[in-house]
Design a protein around this ligand. Structure first.
Ligand code: ARG
Length: 258
């Protein structure tokens, strides 16, 4: 009995400490966000053409889609830009309401956050100085990927790869390939396409898909009220032509999941 009491006292203390360190922040329910009139959205800002800076201005396909979705919800957006690996963690700490940064829906991530419906479908492609068609072509090669991405996860699954080099930003992984420090770079298909188009003299070639994925925004785990409203608003942008207009502007095609 005595021991049990001591145990529960310790447990209570541990819970209290956890609450204090977490700042007792609560995930904002949709009602609180609506009352405030603005939604706080975090992204990276280094993943063109999805989220990037044009001078001091955050822009890109995902930034415009999120703004269209927020407008449908009657909300203004307060943007935050952070390193990629801080984004989902910040959701768990309730530092922002939503994250949109080209996250592929994975089982592992879905344990920590709640995903909305996907806003596009794509996949990881292999880019190199010659055409690498599939994972088999990565045998004995050194591959550059952005840390914490599904590219890293999937390249690691290719056991014949010699080495996976991680970079904090996808643009650093690309630079490593351009300067010949690695044999290939695995990134998003549309990121690769736009990078190749913007730098025709780089000598980089688009290879095959390593895997495909559905890309969605995320809210804090269990904030289904907010996720539901985002889903409704996203569907509305897809129904009224505004999504297609943004997609065509960046990709000359509609990249929604079919
Ligand atoms: N699609 C990949 C993933 O799910 C990469 C996302 C990278 N996004 C970014 N903003 N750098 O991990």
């Amino acid at each position: 009995m005595k021991l049990l009491d001591t145990c529960s006292a310790w447990l209570a203390a541990a819970v209290a400490v956890t609450l204090v360190t977490a700042g007792v922040a609560q995930a904002r329910p949709i009602e609180a966000i609506k009352k405030d009139g603005k939604i706080i959205i975090a992204t990276e800002g280094q993943f063109a053409p999805f989220n990037f800076f044009e001078g001091a201005k955050l822009t890109g396909f995902e930034v415009e889609v999120a703004e269209a979705v927020a407008a449908k919800m009657g909300l203004k957006v307060e943007w935050k830009s952070l390193s990629f690996d801080a984004l989902l963690t910040g959701l768990q700490q309730d530092r922002w309401d939503m994250v949109i940064a080209s996250h592929g829906i994975t089982e592992e991530r879905a344990k920590a956050v709640t995903f909305t419906e996907p806003h596009y479908c794509s996949g990881g492609v292999i880019i190199a100085k010659t055409v690498f068609k599939s994972g088999a072509d990565l045998t004995g090669k050194v591959i550059a990927v952005q840390t914490g991405t599904t590219y890293m996860e999937n390249v690691k699954k290719v056991s014949a790869v010699k080495e996976v080099k991680n970079f904090p930003q996808d643009t650093d992984a690309r630079a490593a390939l351009v300067s010949g420090r690695v044999d290939a770079w695995v990134t998003d298909r549309f990121v690769g396409m736009s990078s190749l188009a913007a730098n025709p003299k780089s000598g980089l070639k688009m290879g095959g898909f390593l895997f495909i994925e559905r890309i969605a925004s995320a809210v804090s785990k269990g904030n289904t009220g907010l996720a539901g409203e985002i889903n409704k608003a996203l569907a509305a942008t897809m129904a009224d032509g505004s999504y297609a207009k943004i997609s065509n502007k960046y990709f000359k095609e509609d990249i929604r999941c079919k």
